[in-house]
Structures are given as C-alpha cells and as structure tokens.
Design a protein. Structure first.
Length: 255
C-alpha cells in the first residue's frame, strides 16, 4: 500500500518509463476525504506510573491483611465488609435455589448470620466463603465498568433495605458504606475509583483466606459435616484450595 504523496500532474511510471496514468493519485485523494484511519493511531497503553501504583496497591493490601491479624482495629471496617458479603452469599444462593431470605445480620464483633427458608442447604452453606471470594474477585473487574462504585452502592443499599433489620448495626454499617461509595462515584476520578475497588476486592479475597484458616472445622464447615457426613476439615480444605486459586487470580487482576 502506498503511503507517500504525489505532486499534482505526476503519474505512475511503468518499468519502461512510460506514464500509465493517475490512478494512484486519485485513490489517495479519495482516501484523504474519508478522514484518518483509526488503525493508524497507536494505543497509548498504561504508563509506567499507573502500573507501579497498581502493583503497590496489591502488595499494600496483602500487607494490610497480615498486619490486621495483629492490629485488627486498622482493618476493622474492611473485615465487616467481608462478613457482609459472606452472609450475602448465603442469601443469594438461597434465592437462586428457590428459597427465601428471612434476614441478614452483621454484628459489631465481626460475626453474622443469615436466616433462610427453603432452597438447597448444601449449596447455601457453601456459598458463604465462596460467595465472598467471588464477590471480591468481581470487584477487581468492576473498575472496567464506567459506574462501578455506583453499581456496588446500589446493590448494598438494596440489600440493607430488603434483608437487614432497620436500625440494627448491620443496617447502619451497610448504609454508610453505600453512601461512601456513592460519594466516591460522584467526586472521585476514574483512576481513584478503580484503585479503591481493586483494593477492596483484593482485601476481601485475602481476608476470606484468613477467615477459612481461623474458622477451620467450625461454623459453616461444621454444619456441612452434620448435613453430609463429610468431615468439617475436608470442607475447610476444599475452600482453602479455592481461596488460594482465587487470591492468585485477584492479585493478577489488581496488579
């Protein structure tokens, strides 16, 4: 394909030197009238600075999870979000499997419960840890959506209004998080929104790993053991394998 320019009146020449016409010049003019070609513009890509910021974010979040094990107050609000998503996983699976949600409770001491009726208990009990981890992984992709913080705020607001008892601690916490995300969407830059959501998603997945290890053989695992006769530690091991795989995936997406 010819990319140069010809002067007016200059035709193409054959190997013998004979002028064969103005076809190339006329085609060039026609292409010029159609405007610039989109594929001639090189993509800008990520600059080195944002790339370093994302890697630093991933390392910082993982460090926060480790430090939070010894200084829990520093990450207390984030751990409550993990609890909320854990209980939300139970609730969502209950609805998906034909049951209904009676209530979702999130307590100030980083505990909670979900009361459901109907549905498939085996799937509902598995959806706590797995649901929170998948939600965290999803948050590392939400920044690619233009209204990521707005969508998350809307989902949390609906959960609070529909399932969480009004004026309870969990209701107040969920409402504050939804308001904070709404303000972030309204006032923050696209890059800031992306960093915040990636950080939240990565923390949730990493904190779920900590939860599984600290609750080994208890809670949901114990209930599953009673329902299936499969030892609680087996369920814990399966969740841990899934959690580590999702954590690797989340780190790659966040960085």
């Amino acid at each position: 394909m010819y990319h140069g320019r010809r002067r007016d009146g200059e035709g193409a020449r054959s190997p013998g030197g004979r002028v064969v016409g103005y076809r190339i010049r006329m085609e060039t003019r026609t292409r010029t009238r159609t405007g610039p070609r989109l594929d001639s513009v090189e993509p800008s890509g990520l600059t080195a600075a944002p790339r370093r910021a994302q890697v630093g974010l991933a390392l910082g979040v993982l460090a926060a999870v480790v430090v939070g094990q010894f200084a829990a107050p520093l990450v207390y609000p984030l751990r409550l979000l993990t609890v909320l998503l854990h209980e939300g996983g139970h609730a969502l699976m209950a609805v998906v499997t034909g049951g209904r949600v009676v209530e979702i409770v999130v307590n100030a001491e980083e505990s909670g419960h979900t009361l459901t009726s109907g549905g498939i208990p085996l799937l509902i009990l598995n959806a706590g840890y797995l649901g929170s981890m998948l939600a965290g992984l999803l948050l590392t992709s939400v920044p690619r959506v233009a209204r990521g913080p707005t969508l998350l705020a809307a989902v949390l607001a609906l959960v609070a209004l529909w399932f969480i008892p009004v004026f309870s601690f969990g209701f107040l916490y969920t409402a504050l998080v939804a308001i904070g995300l709404g303000l972030l969407a309204a006032k923050g830059s696209h890059r800031l929104c992306g960093l915040v959501l990636r950080g939240l998603g990565l923390f949730i997945v990493a904190d779920a790993v900590r939860d599984i290890l600290s609750d080994a053989g208890q809670g949901d695992a114990a209930l599953l053991a009673q329902a299936t006769w499969v030892p609680a530690l087996v369920w814990t091991g399966l969740w841990l394998v899934a959690a580590l795989a999702l954590l690797v995936r989340a780190v790659r997406r966040a960085s």
